[in-house]
Design a binder for this molecule. Structure first.
Ligand SMILES: [Fe+2]
Length: 195
């Protein structure tokens, strides 16, 4: 009898990379909250607003056009196969969270155009809260259900679909770009804090 080693087990997981993506999304949400807290504590209501475009770019490109597409058009599609989600079906709630998130981001974009700084901060904060709860549900409930319910054949097919969008969007490039941008935004805030 052959024994599956840890590497082979990880290779078969279809939610591992999605969880890595969640970590970067959470890092941006955390930083956005730090910007809001700093502004409120120091009466600098425009600090987050100055960086609004950078945060909105990350959410639209990485969180929505990359991560959520992998979920909605790929993972969720396989999970809809009858019998895969045997206990309950969290997909409608997950899709509804994604939609609500898009509404907050749309509000953030509109607040940028009308230069309504308060409105931008309120919607950024609402987006952060929503996504923190959403990611907790996916990491702890939906993803384990996916790992348990999907067949090995489905997992291989799904991984091939991920690969297509990862190549199309240039995974290495997008990660590097947004990790560097996060460092830049973080150091900009840290400099303000120590001023
Ligand atoms: Fe997600």
């Amino acid at each position: 009898m052959s024994v599956i080693n840890l590497k082979e087990l990880t290779d078969m997981q279809v939610t591992h990379e999605l969880m890595n993506e969640h970590q970067l999304i959470l890092k941006y949400i955390d930083l956005m909250k730090r910007y809001i807290n700093f502004s409120q504590a120091n009466g600098e209501d425009n600090l987050l607003f100055e960086k609004a475009q950078d945060f909105v770019d990350f959410i639209k490109v990485f969180a929505d056009s990359y991560h959520h597409v992998k979920e909605e058009d790929m993972l969720f599609k396989y999970l809809q196969t009858p019998g895969v989600l045997s206990h309950c079906n969290p997909l409608p709630a997950m899709l509804s969270d994604h939609e609500q998130g898009r509404i907050f981001v749309q509000n953030m974009t509109e607040a940028m155009s009308s230069e309504n700084k308060n409105n931008f901060c309120t919607n950024a904060s609402n987006y952060g809260q929503l996504m923190q709860q959403h990611i907790m549900k996916e990491d702890n409930i939906l993803y384990p259900m996916a790992e348990e319910g999907l067949s090995d054949d489905d997992k291989i097919a799904l991984k091939n679909e991920y690969k297509q969008i990862e190549e199309q969007i240039d995974k290495q490039h997008i990660w590097k770009k947004f990790q560097e941008k996060h460092l830049e935004l973080e150091s900009c805030l840290n400099n303000k804090v120590t001023e």
